[in-house]
Design a protein around this ligand. Structure first.
Ligand code: SAH
Length: 238
């Protein structure tokens, strides 16, 4: 299965167990944990019920980008709308999109810490924001319940015939390839004094948004890297 559920900074180990159970109910087993406060933990095992195999196989990493290295499409969840607008979807549309993208490579849904939710820096690594519609005055679901809603929709979407998927000459660039490109782009813009390194944030976020919309494939990402390398060479020789 090409779908990964990623939990960032989970505080309560019981929620990790409940997520494992929600996933296994819907036929998913790829769980990644970014800096969980307690794991492994007896509360996680207890709340997983029979889904301890999902917990045992979970990968534990220290940054979100490590959990997304091989991913070609990422949805980041949020209960609230954000100051700077990300493209946003509901769980049904998002599940269909994830199934479609899953034909091309690994896709992931990222869930945030119980109290604070995902940081904007986490959402920078995502192609879309996913918000589960709720009563506007009480919008924050329990973490495992949010996972359950999405994984149920993924199960429903997996039964739909979504056709042959996107036609493109090369597979999409992975998270890792795009992160290298963004690092390189930032460095080149600093070298050219187009970007002020003391205040780089908003410009990089807006540029990321362009490439998130464009979804470069591997060949296109290589062209962009090649272009940046040519600028580097020119600058060194001048
Ligand atoms: N105040 C936080 C809520 C954190 S709840 C926020 O605004 O995001 C913990 C996690 O559960 C969230 O990070 C998100 O992954 C998920 N979640 C809770 N309610 C959600 C909703 N309505 N839509 C999408 N995800 C939700």
């Amino acid at each position: 299965m090409s779908i990964r559920i990623v939990l960032v900074g989970t505080t309560h180990p019981g929620n990790i167990g409940a997520v494992a159970r929600a996933m296994k109910n819907m036929g998913l087993n790829d769980l990644a944990l970014v800096n969980p406060r307690y794991f492994p933990h007896e509360d996680a095992t207890a709340r997983a019920s029979g889904a301890t195999d999902v917990l045992d196989a979970a990968s534990v990493v220290s940054t979100l980008s490590e959990a997304l290295t091989d991913c070609v499409y990422v949805a980041g969840t949020s209960a609230r709308s954000r100051a700077i607008t990300w493209p946003s979807m509901g769980p049904r549309d998002c599940a269909e999109r994830m199934m479609l993208e899953g034909k091309k490579g690994k896709v992931a849904a990222v869930f945030g810490p119980e109290k604070t939710g995902l940081h904007n820096d986490d959402l920078d690594l995502c192609h879309t924001l996913l918000t589960i519609p709720t009563d506007p005055d009480f919008s924050s679901l329990n973490l495992a319940m949010a996972v359950q809603v999405l994984t149920y929709e993924l199960r429903v979407a997996s039964a739909l015939d979504s056709g042959p998927g996107f036609e493109s000459e090369a597979p999409p660039a992975t998270g890792d390839e795009m992160e290298h490109f963004y690092d390189h782009l930032e460095q080149v813009m600093i070298d050219l004094e187009f970007l002020n390194p003391t205040n780089p944030r908003l410009l990089m976020r807006r540029l990321r948004r362009i490439f998130i919309r464009a979804r470069p494939d591997k060949n296109e990402a290589n062209i962009l890297r090649g272009f940046l390398a040519a600028i580097d060479r020119k600058k060194e020789s001048s």
